[in-house]
Design a protein around this ligand. Structure first.
Ligand SMILES: *Cc1c(COP(=O)(O)O)cnc(C)c1O
Length: 374
């Protein structure tokens, strides 16, 4: 039996968040209903403008989801069969999947032990004549080492795509990530730091030509109705999702601030027990996930569950060991840091709506477990 007086504590409490934004969301959704415009309308355009401005990019374009954002970016950069794209093996599957979707070959590079992001010092040895781009993932909300990555890309004439799906609003060297590389990709999957009520995504760029190409590709390769200059996709962000996101964008900075507050409290109380997230001066962390690292994470997860507290493993299997990528012939031992991390990482509940009382209960439950099992 759980002694949890709070009921179940989930990883993210979207219902709690809805309580706060219900009225403005309903009135925005009603506006869309009454407009009769459901795809590629005013709300979508407003959102594109506001989000581009938010991340300091010249152009923003709504797309159907974060995975499509990645795939469209690769296609806009003319990457396809015969090409190689470098990325991290320690990420959500879509970062590698998009590379395979366009017919290119994913090439993985191990991560930094400190931040779990791709290790720039290992990138150059993975570059071949066929390498066309690097997908830098800002995992858990923490910026990848962009200066080093961009420098390597310049030296070797590679393009840089930022997978910023977990990191909207994160700053690197005082600038918001997403518009540092050639194209930035965002996901608004409901549980992301800025979440829609369904699937949605965004691409941003500072390059007009790329923006035009992306705009065409997301809409059946068509700039002018019924004139198709290339084979594109049907990947648009609909007006209902845009309306929801416009309301939520208004709260984003407050929510990110709250996440950091919750994260700091975890670190303050738990950092002496096991490895907690490390942050560096110029690489901000907006805590899409708060991940700890320990030997007996499965036992801790079970103990938390017994007390009505959710936890999750992001991610239990690195991409190079996924069944879908067997054809790439990677094997256990190829990326030791990613593999070790996958066995030790555990995400604790974090959301802007997590009350300090609930968090204190999580902290004391973790502490009690560590006293007897640490
Ligand atoms: C969520 C996510 C994606 C995919 O976004 P969807 O909107 O779910 O398609 C890609 N990369 C990373 C790192 C993600 O976290």
């Amino acid at each position: 039996m759980s002694d949890n007086k709070f009921g179940q504590i989930p990883m993210v409490d979207l219902k709690e968040e809805l309580r706060l934004i219900r009225d403005p969301v309903l009135s925005m959704l009603t506006e869309v209903l009454d407009s009769g415009d459901y795809i590629l309308g005013d709300k979508g355009e407003q959102l594109e403008k506001q989000l581009a401005q938010y991340v300091n990019a010249s152009y923003g374009l709504g797309v159907a989801n974060g995975t499509d954002a990645l795939q469209l970016s690769l296609r806009a950069l003319n990457i396809g069969p015969g090409d190689e794209v470098i990325t991290t093996p320690f990420t959500f599957f879509a970062s590698g999947e998009a590379i395979a979707q366009v017919g290119a070959k994913p090439v993985f590079v191990d991560i930094e032990e400190e931040t779990y992001n791709i290790d720039p010092s290992k990138i150059e040895q993975a570059i071949t004549q066929n390498t066309k781009a690097i997908i830098a993932v800002h995992l858990y909300g923490q910026s990848a080492k962009m200066k080093e990555i961009v420098e390597i890309a310049k030296t070797h004439h590679l393009r840089v795509i930022e997978d910023a799906c977990q990191a909207i609003g994160t700053e690197y060297d005082g600038k918001r990530i997403g518009a540092i590389g050639d194209i930035g990709c965002f996901s608004f999957f409901p549980s992301k730091n800025l979440g829609a009520f369904g699937d949605a995504g965004l691409v941003v760029t500072n390059q007009k030509q790329l923006h035009e190409k992306l705009s065409e590709l997301r809409n059946h390769g068509s700039e002018k109705k019924y004139h198709h200059s290339s084979i594109g996709m049907n990947s648009r962000l609909d007006e209902f999702q845009a309306a929801v996101l416009l309301v939520k964008l208004y709260y984003l900075d407050i929510f990110l601030h709250k996440r950091k507050e919750v994260a700091n409290r975890y670190t303050e109380h738990l950092s002496h027990l096991f490895k907690t997230p490390r942050t560096t001066d110029n690489r901000e962390h907006t805590f899409h996930q708060y991940c700890i690292e320990l030997d007996n994470r499965d036992e801790l997860a079970a103990a938390l569950k017994d007390h009505g507290i959710a936890s999750a493993i992001y991610y239990p299997i690195p991409l190079h060991l996924q069944e879908a990528f067997h054809y790439l012939h990677y094997k256990e031992g190829d990326f030791p840091i990613a593999e070790k991390t996958a066995k030790r990482i555990l995400a604790l509940p974090i959301s802007p709506m997590l009350s300090f009382q609930k968090q204190d209960y999580i902290i004391s439950t973790v502490k009690r477990f560590m006293e007897t099992n640490g």
